[in-house]
Write a protein that binds this ligand. Structure first.
Ligand code: FAD
Length: 416
């Protein structure tokens, strides 16, 4: 089978690209190993809601039409939304078609699937940034008597043994799961490394509204000093709940979650935690202060001070003077460890030499060094909002323009 462009993955990013290719009259197919929105169907826990408000999931030609623009979608609602988009744009999706390998040919690429081969001049990888949970090496030292889970295997607290739970990682996923598991009546210990504290609302407006309005999310990949670092920044400690509650370490600690430092090692059945918890929290408080300063400046410069609430600051993160540094796993009562330590893409099927030593794809704003090969949906791909549903539209427009120019034989360095 032949087509001009293969798009791998029918999440929102692949679909946004499909819509932009169709607008340009570029013949393409979208190959999807499961159903449309497969990641949201199969890889998320039951209670998850988006942490971005409904109004903020804007895709090319498709926005929120409901009555709760400030609400947060549940997983069934996210699936409906993405499915609705695929229908609205009549995306040429081939579901249940898994790409098993892909390699360059004289005329472009050979994309092999479990339902036949495709030849294409261009390929867009929209196969997701969060296919595989990152679990640190030290997990190998955990005794088999302890159950280990990741955010993709965790569904709800009923799955868990009785007894204590150690959640490793305190970004959005870690704080949300620590909170849910603690509420199920299990004692929770949360190992905290680098994290970004954020209020749900500030001066009466959602934090995402401020970051959107102030242009923080539009910051471009070629404008930041250290893009490698910016691409590795953890997610904000946020939860999308109807109560619009702030879920920071103070809230968790007040509810009874035990906070410890970053999990640094496991030896002879003992967990060792870094002593840097207080420093990490101070750093996070400082960054929060800088974000709020920037918001306040923006509000004043744009004449919003009369319309929104007054500026204020949040009390510093409280940590124990001498937090626990070691725990004997057997005696601690911990029966489960949940690794909320991030995610990475899966490119094991990609036989194109575009990966670096760490297996990360090399790209300049989504344009890879391999002619006609593009990538979508990665953190800070082209702008800070790139990995959000809301970021796919602008990225797809620019990358489809680059792809169209490539097809027309123009020499181009990077997308505009
Ligand atoms: C826990 C969690 C919470 C998040 N919360 C938010 C949020 O609140 N708001 C927000 O805007 N974003 C959120 N995101 C980020 C982002 O929206 C997701 O990472 C999103 O799923 C990325 O979209 P995508 O289309 O790039 O990838 P995906 O949705 O992962 O889509 C990739 C598709 O490619 C398919 N695929 C992969 N490999 C193959 C293959 N070999 N062959 C064929 N098909 C393949 C997959 O089945 C999948 O359907 C969250 C992410 C996670 C993990």
């Amino acid at each position: 089978m032949r087509t001009t462009t293969v798009v791998v993955g029918a999440g929102h990013a692949g679909l946004a690209m499909s819509r932009c290719l169709a607008e340009r009259g570029i013949d393409h197919v979208v190959l999807e190993r499961g159903e449309v929105a497969n990641s949201w169907r199969t890889e998320r826990w039951d209670s998850l809601r988006l942490l971005t408000p409904n109004w903020q999931s804007r895709l090319p030609g498709f926005g929120y039409q409901g009555e709760h623009p400030d609400g947060f979608r549940t997983m069934p609602e996210v699936i409906d939304f993405i499915e609705g988009y695929a229908r609205a744009i009549s995306a040429p999706v081939r579901t249940h078609t898994r790409v098993i390998s892909m390699r360059p040919t004289d005329a472009g690429y050979l994309v092999r699937t479990d339902r036949g081969d495709w030849h294409a001049r261009c390929v867009v990888l929209a196969s997701g940034a969060c296919n595989v949970p990152c679990v640190p090496r030290l997990a190998e030292a955990v005794s088999p008597a302890i159950r280990t889970l990741t955010p993709t295997t965790y569904r709800n607290p009923d799955q868990l043994e009785d007894g204590g739970v150690l959640v490793v990682g305190a970004s959005a996923t870690g704080v949300q799961l620590a909170d849910e598991i603690h509420r199920s009546g299990r004692p929770v210990t949360l190992a905290v490394g680098e994290h970004i504290r954020a209020p749900r609302t500030y001066r009466g407006r959602d934090i995402q509204w401020w970051m959107d309005a102030a242009g923080v999310l539009d910051q471009r990949y070629d404008e930041v000093d250290d893009i490698d670092r910016a691409r590795r920044v953890p997610s904000l400690q946020l939860v999308g709940s109807p109560e619009r509650a702030m879920l920071d370490l103070n809230a968790l600690r007040d509810d009874g979650v035990r906070l410890v430092g970053r999990l640094a090692g496991i030896a002879d059945g003992r967990l060792q935690f870094s002593g840097s918890l207080a420093n990490q929290c101070t750093l996070s408080d400082l960054k929060l202060g800088r974000l709020l300063d920037a918001i306040d400046r923006f509000a004043t410069e744009h004449g919003l001070d009369g319309e929104v609430g007054s500026p204020h600051r949040f009390s510093p993160t409280r940590v124990d003077e001498s937090p626990t540094l070691t725990l004997d796993l057997a005696r601690s009562g911990i029966r489960t460890i949940l690794w909320a330590t991030g995610f990475r893409p899966d490119y094991t099927w990609l036989e194109v030499p575009v990966l670096d030593r760490k297996g990360r794809i090399r790209h300049d704003g989504g344009v890879t060094p391999a002619p006609g090969l593009y990538v979508m949906g990665l953190p800070f791909l082209r702008r800070r909002r790139s990995q959000l549903i809301d970021g796919a539209g602008a990225d797809a427009r620019e990358l489809s323009a680059h792809l169209a120019a490539y097809l027309h034989g123009q020499v181009i360095e990077a997308a505009a």
